[in-house]
Design a protein around this ligand. Structure first.
Ligand code: PLP
Length: 451
């Protein structure tokens, strides 16, 4: 039990939580009624709650615990680093070994000439960096009118004012004055929900060409960059048709638009390669990273940029940075996480073992009467719940089926998330075939209980 408060009875913890702790993306008033489930410890792919239940975490926390829970090596590295140098910054011509080693390692792993890292504390901060960086890049190149960043509806790029504006979540835009100026959204390549009778590949092409249309409408001289997740995660694990990304790359090349791949979820093995852009066959100028960079053991994110972007930005002072940019403890933990990913062949395990097995089992869920489609890339998957399998029409009251299914999963000791009526998974990459069998059988039981 945790020395801080885990010794308290569950009800007491829940009451304190409801009284004082404001949860993200939660109707906090409900906490007083229902009480949050108190997670006390975790190991491998399994969470334990304050009542002793063992829960299979098919979301790897929030898509981040890629190497699984309970790795002592990371705890040891963090403790050592805290004793040696708990904090120092890299502003004003100072640096330290953990951040140097981590930046060099990321440059080695990243594709192409993405050789330079600007660190942040999270994916949101990294995307805020990207907004300022791409605008500053074009200003430095003598094209200051190039300030519009094109993104997509239903994209998720973070929760800060800047990154929330890049994202296309209508619920977020409805609160707090988002989006900021000069962010333009185009439609997403979500064939299942929006493709109608169209062939998926034709639809993918059409949705990619929305980018070209937007560039021409806004004026090429105003557009700085296009940002997208290789596979939309928080929007519901939306796998684009194969025609989509090659056309996006063609358009970015043609109009000299910087391409930002938001790899916060897709990076570090999730799609079966080190980065999602490799799975999708694209060449970004900038990648956003976070989550799997440290497997969630420490908060850290960053922007990985090309030689060209780094040269332009680095020619003068970039007036930007965070107190925790390149935090030594987070950097040391991330470095150890990358060592484990690499030395234990975890990306190979995904590509050769876990992903093919999970794909077969996951796609077989499509035979369930409630499941309309089952999609998966690497270790991120979704199923669409539908009232009638023969039509793609959604439930009349969107989100209720997903909510109920999520509750049934939880009751069966399985964490799956729902986005509207799409159920999504993103388990730790170290999951074994036997554990995948448990995941699938609990998911099927939860689906049966919803039907
Ligand atoms: N980008 C993507 C694709 C994400 O999925 C997320 C978080 O889920 C973020 C950015 C924001 O990262 P963070 O929550 O670390 O700020």
């Amino acid at each position: 039990m945790n020395a801080i408060t885990n010794h308290l009875p569950t009800a007491e913890l829940q009451a304190l939580d409801a009284a004082h702790h404001m949860h993200p993306f939660t109707a906090n008033a409900e906490l007083a009624e229902k009480g949050a489930r108190v997670i006390t410890r975790a190991s491998g792919i399994t969470l334990t709650d304050s009542e002793g239940n063992e829960i299979l975490d098919a979301m790897a926390g929030l898509w981040c615990v890629n190497i699984g829970y309970g790795r002592d090596e990371l705890a040891d590295v963090a403790a050592r680093q805290m004793r040696e140098l708990p904090y120092y910054n890299t502003f004003f011509m100072t640096t330290h070994a953990p951040v140097i080693a981590l930046a060099a390692k990321i440059a080695e792993l990243a594709p192409g000439d993405l050789n330079h890292v600007f660190f942040a504390g999270s994916g949101s901060e990294a995307n805020d960096t990207n907004i300022r960086m791409v605008r500053h890049y074009w200003a430095e190149k003598g094209k200051p009118t190039k300030s519009v960043i094109i993104s997509r509806n239903n994209a998720y790029h973070g929760s800060s004012v800047g990154s929330g504006s890049l994202g296309g979540m209508s619920g977020m835009h409805a609160q707090g004055g988002l989006p900021i100026p000069d962010i333009h959204h185009i439609e997403q390549p979500h064939w299942w929900a929006e493709g109608g009778d169209m062939d998926p590949e034709e639809f993918g092409l059409l949705r990619a060409q929305e980018l070209e249309k937007a560039i021409l409408e806004l004026g090429e001289e105003r557009v700085a960059a296009f940002i997208a997740e290789p596979v939309q995660g928080a929007g519901g694990v939306i796998v684009p048709p194969a025609s989509y990304w090659p056309e996006i790359q063609r358009i970015c090349d043609k109009y000299e638009i910087l391409l930002i791949a938001d790899e916060v979820i897709c990076g570090f093995g999730r799609t079966g390669n080190w980065f999602g852009c490799q799975t999708m066959g694209i060449r970004p100028d900038i990648m956003t990273i976070a989550k799997g960079l440290s497997s969630g053991y420490a908060p850290i994110g960053g922007s990985v940029v090309s030689d060209d972007v780094a040269a332009v930005i680095g020619a003068g002072e970039f007036n930007h940075g965070y107190t925790y940019s390149g935090h030594p403890v987070a950097a040391a933990v991330a470095l150890e996480n990358l060592r484990i990913l690499e030395e234990e062949g975890i990306v190979d395990h995904v590509r050769d073992v876990a992903a093919p097995y999970l794909k077969e089992k996951w796609e077989a869920l499509a035979d369930h009467p409630l499941v309309g489609e089952a999609k998966i890339v690497g270790m991120m998957g979704s199923i669409a719940l539908v009232p009638n399998k023969d039509s793609r029409a959604p439930f009349a009251e969107a989100g209720t089926a997903g909510f109920i299914c999520r509750e049934r999963c939880f009751a069966n000791n399985l964490v799956m998330r729902h986005v509207g009526d799409r159920m999504i998974i993103s388990p730790p990459l170290v999951i074994t075939p036997a554990e995948i069998d448990v995941l699938i059988s609990r998911a099927r039981k939860a689906l049966d209980e919803c039907y």
